[in-house]
Design a protein around this ligand. Structure first.
Ligand code: ZN
Length: 212
């Protein structure tokens, strides 16, 4: 149930209406099992499913989702900062541990990390009170040409793609400049540090950056 509520929250971060199909893709499960679970969660008043709005979390449902996401993102950062995991390895480990974190351990991890606000992918970590930093930035292909921008977050979860983005230096906090946007949905020429790279639109749309 926590995974479903978390999935709805994550899809909301990505924008657009939340359909059972999108939830099925996010969780890697079949349509009918999503339909069943959505019905159960609706009965428990954790979310509402309407034909026109799609799936919407109730206040109670959002509270549970925020707590799981807080666990997940704190664990990801802890694994990266303290145990030396790379950013393409943390998601799967955090996925396994997030439902088993006690309040005490959660508090100690948070204190050890110095009360962080973002995970290794740049996703905001909800505070214990459920306050979340707003999402900022535009995807790389939407940046103004020639203006240095600071990377905010990477929304990709595929380990191979994350590793590749990391090889190009496209981590949160790095400065990237869009040099050229090829026409007809063509690739992008970008500069990261003193290096130039060519990347496709699909990778570009996974990186959010903002111009100061
Ligand atoms: Zn993350």
């Amino acid at each position: 149930m926590e995974d479903y509520l978390k999935a709805v929250y994550r899809l909301r971060e990505q924008g657009g209406s939340i359909t059972t199909q999108r939830i099925a893709e996010e969780l890697g499960v079949t349509g009918p099992s999503v339909t069943n679970m959505i019905k159960r969660l609706d009965e428990l008043h954790l979310l509402e499913h309407t034909r026109y709005q799609g799936v919407v979390l109730t206040t109670a449902g959002e509270k549970i989702a925020l707590e799981v996401i807080r666990h997940h993102r704190l664990l990801e950062l802890y694994l990266a900062e303290t145990l030396g995991y790379s950013w393409d390895e943390v998601h799967e480990e955090a996925e396994r541990l997030e439902h088993h974190l006690s309040d005490e351990m959660e508090a100690r991890i948070e204190a050890t990390l110095g009360f962080p606000t973002h995970d290794p992918h740049g996703d905001p970590i909800p505070s214990a009170e459920g306050i979340v930093q707003p999402l900022a930035g535009a995807t790389l292909d939407q940046l103004p040409i020639g203006a240095p921008a600071r990377i905010e977050r990477a929304v990709d979860r595929d380990p191979d793609r994350l590793r590749y983005l990391g090889e190009l230096g496209l981590y949160p906090g790095a400065i990237v400049t869009l040099l050229e946007l090829m026409p007809f949905e063509g690739p992008l020429r970008i500069q990261v540090g003193d290096k130039e790279h060519i990347i496709g639109r699909s990778l570009a749309s996974a990186i959010y950056a903002s111009v100061d």
